[in-house]
Structure formats: C-alpha cells, structure tokens
Design a protein around this ligand. Structure first.
Ligand code: MLT
Length: 263
C-alpha cells in the first residue's frame, strides 16, 4: 500500500477503484483505514476510494505529540492534492467526523457530499479533555493491549460477535502507543464544530449504530437536525462501528446516498 511524502509528513493510505467520482474514508479512533475494508471493496466497484491512516495509527508514522484536527486536515488535503483529487464525497466515522468538520472549514469546495457516522459536532467538556490526557499517558505506559482492552467493549454493541472483537483488537494493535496518545491529545483540543453545521451546503447523511453507547442515536438526530437537508440512517445490530458490525445495512445506506447524488 502506498505512502505519500507530503511536506513534513508521511501518510500511508489505501487507494482502489477507478470510478470518475472519489470517496474519502476517514477512520475512527484508535483504528486505521483497515476498518473500512468491506466498504473499500463495495465502493471501489463504482468509485475511486481513498482511505488514509492518521499519524501514528495503522502504518502512518507518528508525528508530533498532538494530532490536532488542523494537522490531520493538512495531511488529508495534501494527500488529495498529491493524488490530483479536486472533489470527493467524504465519509467520517467518529474521530473521522471531527476531522471532516475541520476539512470542511478549510476547503468546503472539495466536498461533493458528506456522510457523518457515529460522530458529534460538540467539543469535549474540561473533564472529558482531562480524561483523554490520562488515557494518553496510560497508553504510553501500558501499551496497545491496554488500549484494546479499554476501547473494544466501547466500540462494539453490548453482545458483540467474537469475530468483530478479534477484528477491532487487531486493528488497534497495528497502531503505536505514541499515535494513540497523540490522537487523544488532538481530539481533546478540537474546536466546537456546532457553528459549522449551518455552513454545510453539500448533500449530507448522518449514520448511527442503533446500539452506539459512545454517541447514541439521539445525538445523531440532533446532528442531522443541524444540517440543512441531512438524512438520517439508523443501523440495527450495531454499536459505534456499524460499518464493521452491520456492514450490509451500512453499505446500503451509504451507497444509496452516493448513488442519489447529482452528477
Ligand atoms: C472514535 O471512535 O473515533 C472515538 O470514540 C472518538 C472519541 O473518542 O471521541
């Protein structure tokens, strides 16, 4: 899989399909682009699909101590520039949604459409930000096994399939403790994206797993209500990662949205 040397950073990404329209898949914390494997297969039949790993997660080398949304947005926009992609539909799940808001603020013209999955616009409370700092320090002390123990039950539905547990633990294990800590510190510093919602002028879809305990369905309803014309899809049988736990329903919602976009 390719690595792009863009300015001061190196970004590993997956790219497949050669459709006329592009889709950019922005992953959740503390996973990497591999969490989109099923969607990459489904979407690349009709689209060019690009899925980066954020710094220090998956195969992208770690960067500075905090992977702020500003820094990651620069990486993604530089990668798109490197690949000569001028316009794309963006799909951001959880942290990927936080990042999509930042990219939108920086470059609204690049958005053909936006799908926001299991994410929220609001910032962390001071207590939430302090917990992220504790998590970052413990991740560095105890390593990725501890990160997987902490995060996997939160990411999946209450009675998850053993295969989903195995897959998520493996995705987490392919990052680095420094990258996990930097992502937590970057998310803690993210701005409030609530004012951005009224600016979103492209077609938008909000997706949520019906059993998402981290960002539950009422939050998704609030998010959809804040974006003009946004549609909402609730995916049964899934927690925070509906693309992994209920991929058939997730892909149907996403493909239905993409296929209905104006050319
Ligand atoms: C994610 O899935 O990306 C995280 O749960 C986001 C967060 O920690 O706020």
């Amino acid at each position: 899989m390719p690595i792009a040397d863009i300015g001061a950073s190196r970004v590993h990404y997956q790219k497949s399909g050669n459709g006329k329209e592009s889709v950019v898949l922005l992953h959740a914390f503390p996973l990497h682009a591999g969490m989109w494997s099923r969607q990459i297969t489904a979407l690349s039949r009709t689209h060019q699909v690009i899925a980066p790993d954020y710094r220090g997660l998956g195969k992208s080398p770690p960067g500075p101590a905090a992977s702020t949304m500003e820094l990651l947005a620069t990486d993604v926009l530089s990668l798109l520039d490197h690949l000569s992609v001028r316009r794309a539909a963006f799909v951001g799940l959880s942290m990927g949604g936080y990042l999509a808001f930042e990219i939108y603020r920086r470059s609204p013209g690049v958005f053909r459409a936006l799908a926001l999955c299991d994410t929220r616009a609001g910032p962390d409370s001071p207590e939430g930000a302090a917990n992220r700092e504790k998590f970052a320090q413990t991740a560095i002390e105890k390593g990725l096994g501890w990160v997987a123990d902490e995060m996997t039950p939160k990411l999946l539905r209450p009675q998850p399939d053993a295969a989903a547990v195995k897959e998520v633990r493996s995705l987490i294990g392919q990052g680095t403790p420094a990258g996990v800590a930097a992502a937590q510190r970057g998310m803690a510093r993210r701005p409030d994206s609530t004012p951005t919602l009224a600016q979103i002028a492209c077609p938008a879809l909000v997706v949520v797993g019906a059993e998402d305990a981290l960002i539950p369905p009422p939050e998704a309803e609030k998010l959809a209500a804040g974006i003009k014309g946004a549609k909402l899809a609730t995916i049964p049988g899934a927690g925070h990662l509906p693309n992994i736990e209920s991929p058939t329903a997730f892909d149907a919602a996403l493909l239905g949205f993409l296929e209905a976009l104006p050319g």
